[in-house]
Design a protein around this ligand. Structure first.
Ligand code: AN7
Length: 377
């Protein structure tokens, strides 16, 4: 007797994916893409806008943090890189090139690999954080350490793209700015309007320019009632925009923004004027203080450069420029794991070494300050 054929179990069909599709697919109608554009994405964008209670309590403003460290390679660069690499491939590029203080190189390397093309990256020798260098290496980029600073690297990258068959993906490429403007769209979707103030770190000023463009487009299509005042911050040793001249030997522990001749300088000044904005600068000590406040009070871990907007918030609120009740968004641009060494250092420079204890529960409790609090057995 043959066994009756057993029916195949009917498993529910997987539901259509609700996964975020990356900024190009999510905002295709607001970017210069078409059917002909191959979409090179790692699912960037859709990052959390976090209600920063501790910062609101410190200032009386309503403070939100846009956590761009949550992008695929750990920084906001991915929003621009998905556009830049997609358009590069659309135009037939086989090699992309960038100069970088670290994050752009990590992102270019990852997106080039995703597209099946090569990335050449130029970084200032010995001046980029280990997390970022390791990403570029892991993604097989052709990495060259230039015996100069970021500004030297950018000059070479631009010339290389003019004279050799390589496609430039620094933010002088408008596709980068276009991709990055989507962060402003996301803020507006969450808040239902633009904030009163938007604060962020400034290096090449590409991201400052991109947020302003995004907010301007939102205002023009009637999605918002106002343009946020754009406040950008540089490190004191690397503050060409505030000082009004190129800084020849920029220096700061915030290596991401160690830039002396910003690529988007004039665009950023226009954005500042249009938005009644402002540029300020902070010492490395202030940057690290803001870094500690953000980590310890909000649970958000960023690389040092990314914390400068928090320094800006505290100082501008103290000065009475950011009033109580105002809605403030601070973009924190890169993840803390990119450059984690700063977290284990105390303000006096000494390293934090966790206490060593024996394998003994009571001694662990004692070390935790719980001596004498044991429950009766
Ligand atoms: C974490 O990677 O320029 O003002 O080559 O990595 O748009 O330049 C990085 C810049 C802020 C400044 N925060 O943004 C590079 C690079 C982080 C950054 C900036 C950068 P822009």
């Amino acid at each position: 007797m043959s066994t009756p054929s057993t029916p195949e179990p009917r498993l529910p069909k997987p539901s259509p994916s609700a996964q975020w599709r990356g900024v190009i697919r999510e905002y295709a109608d607001r970017l210069d893409v078409s059917e002909a554009t191959p979409i090179v994405t790692l699912g960037e964008g859709g990052t959390p806008l976090i209600d920063a209670t501790a910062l609101s309590e410190r200032t009386g403003a309503k403070v939100w943090v846009k956590f761009e460290g949550m992008n695929p390679t750990g920084s906001f660069k991915d929003r621009g890189m998905t556009m830049a690499v997609s358009k590069a491939v659309e135009h037939g590029a086989r090699v992309v090139v960038c100069a970088s203080t670290g994050n752009t190189s990590a992102s270019a390397a990852a997106y080039a690999t995703r597209a099946g093309i090569a990335a050449a990256v130029l970084v200032p020798q010995g001046k980029i954080a280990m997390g970022k260098l390791s990403q570029a290496i892991a993604h097989n980029a052709r990495i060259l350490q230039v015996e100069g600073n970021f500004d030297d690297c950018l000059e070479i990258a631009k010339e290389l793209a003019e004279r050799y068959p390589v496609h430039l993906v620094n933010s002088v490429n408008n596709d980068r700015i276009e991709g990055q403007k989507t962060a402003a769209f996301e803020v507006v979707e969450v808040l239902g309007d633009a904030p009163d103030f938007h604060l962020l770190p400034v290096g090449n000023a590409g991201n400052y320019t991109a947020y302003h463009r995004g907010y301007r487009e939102e205002l023009e299509r009637g999605a918002t009632t106002r343009l946020p005042r754009m406040f950008g911050f540089q490190a004191e040793g690397s503050a060409p925009i505030i000082r009004g001249h190129i800084v020849k030997d920029p220096d700061t522990i915030a290596s991401a923004i160690r830039i002396g001749n910003p690529a988007s300088w004039s665009l950023a000044l226009a954005a500042r004027d249009d938005s009644d904005g402002y540029f300020g600068m902070f010492s490395d000590e202030k940057i690290l203080e803001a870094h500690r406040i953000l980590s310890a009070e909000t649970g958000i871990f960023v690389e040092p450069a990314s914390a400068i907007g928090v320094a800006g918030l505290l100082e501008r609120a103290e000065a009475g420029i950011i009033p109580k009740g105002a809605t403030v968004v601070i973009t924190v641009t890169g993840h803390g794991l990119k450059d984690p060494g700063w977290a284990v250092r105390q303000p006096d420079g000494s390293e934090v070494t966790p206490t060593v204890v024996p394998v003994d529960t009571d001694q662990v409790a004692h070390a935790l300050g719980m001596a004498g609090q044991a429950a009766r057995q």
